[in-house]
Design a protein around this ligand. Sequence first.
Ligand code: SF4
Ligand code: SF4
Ligand code: SF4
Length: 459
Amino acid sequence: MPVQVEKQPPELFVITDEKGPILYAPLRRVMARANENAIRIALDYAADPTSLTNQDDESRVMIQALEEHGFFERRPFPSHEPDFRPTQVTLFPTNRCNLRCSYCYAFGGEGGGNGEQLTTLSLDAARRAIDFIAKNAQELAAEGMPCRNFLVSIHGNGEPFSAFETLREIVWYARDLSEEVDFPVVLNTATNGVMNEEQLEFLVANFDNVNISFDGLPELQDAQRPLADGSGSFIYVDRTMRRLAEAELNFGIRATVTEAMVVRMAEIAAFVADNYPSVEQLHFEPVWECGRCVTSSDSTPSAELFCENYLKALEVAREKGLRLVYSGARQDMITDAFCKVSSGSYTVTPTGDVTACYEVSYKSDPRSERYFYGRYDPELGDYVYDEDKLGELADLNVKNIPFCTDCFCRWHCTGDCAAKVLEGRTPAEHQGSQRCVINRRLTLNQIQRKMDWREEDAR
Ligand code: SF4
Ligand code: SF4
Ligand code: SF4
């Protein structure tokens, strides 16, 4: 039976699946199965509380129970203050890369595919960015805000360990500064995991959180994520992940799903759980057709196939105690923007430009007009920011996206990844994408599973 969704005030949805209607209040993240009569009474009450006077005692008890769970609460929508005081910076040390992934959004190792230079971030630019966020974090903490550290993430539109000297200086600087000002730093990195022994030991010794891009099975890794000379990369990534496990370091894996391997997602979940038990989560993301993916034979799997195989992988992962995630299904989150792109996301590219979006990291990308909002000025020895651009970025918010108004995922998915879905369009011109099918299907699955667990608990 096809799933039907009907929106009712105040932010109440009736989702009908094969078992019948579900009443869902996304802003409270509460859900209940009920028969059609009970749903009608609940909706009448939501629209007009005086309608309850005509109902029998059983209906009143039901409404009271729903009321106690917050179904009818007119909760204010999430919002955040526009205040540019980031306490996190993402530094891209280089756009060089030792791999040539067939779908790389950034043409890693090839200058964005637009003839841009291969380059390395200047240490001055990296240090001033770290100074800025550390100062903001200390000030916010002094003002009583819940800010307990500053966060330096290192990844890139290339492989960060391909600029090892720079990466090492950045880490040492952040650690020294933290000690000097007596305020904790958290260091994260996302890497392709292909590195030499010295780099591997540095990774193990210095990072709090590590994410490895790995396509889940040896032959898929070798085919989709080859070294620059075309040979396979699995043996190197495998060595890195085994070393992380040996050091008892939890880490995450991100696997990019192409049409060619979508049917193997369950097999991937099993392989990862069996071989790398310290993996905290496996993140599956369908490839987005951009960058090198446009020139290679890789393509996006259909939304139906992705969902079908994600759900199979979920069963395997649950049995093996592995956490599975996909970015667009996050029923446990209430927010008004998909990522921090509209609220001071602070990423410094290898050229010293400041972008709000990880995937828009070259000036030659037409989207840079929207996402680039600052740059490091070597003469000034500091950054300059474009306040108007920051104001415009704040508009990338689900409240400005009419297309999402009647979607039950509105406060979870919040319009999805702006860089992918909007491209150059304004939020008012949002048209959705194939990802909407995935986001809704997998979010509904999260709602259904919560209700199933409740039923099991009640037995
Ligand atoms: S490792 Fe990352 S940056 Fe390098 S080619 Fe692959 S996806 Fe691109
Ligand atoms: S807009 Fe999309 S690609 Fe850019 S930072 Fe946000 S989630 Fe990532
Ligand atoms: S982008 Fe699609 S799935 Fe996400 S909130 Fe909007 S309509 Fe819903």
